[in-house]
Design a protein around this ligand. Sequence first.
Ligand code: HEC
Length: 107
Amino acid sequence: MRAWALLLLAAAPAAASEPDPDTRAALLADGDAEWGAYLAGECTACHQGDGGAEGIPAITGLPRDAFFDVMAAYKHKDLEHPVMTMVAGRLSYEEIAALAAYFEELQ
Ligand code: HEC
């Protein structure tokens, strides 16, 4: 294999692969709501509890699997949105699962 091909392989972000169903289930089961609360500071500037802010959906009380899947879709750019694609792209799946656990409990 040529050196440039190795470089291309090394540059491919590992996080771009979607978790397989078993990994997804394990991540969801282990989602740490306390860690999620810490991470959520970045989200609640836009996502208000009552969903009242213009064009910004409320994300409290979402079932954690639905929350995880929509964040994963932003992360993979299956769903495109200028802000959310960037926000989700920076988060690991562990962080997304933690946020999902936190927001699910929030009313
Ligand atoms: C700068 C504002 C902003 C920030 C910060 C932000 N969001 Fe969003 N979020 C939006 C907007 C706007 C949408 C609607 C996007 C669309 O229409 O596709 C959205 C959509 C979502 C959705 C999909 C909701 C649904 O019902 O479809 C989820 C889940 C979500 N955001 C979670 C988060 C999380 C978790 C964070 C923090 C890590 C976060 N957002 C940070 C503005 C923001």
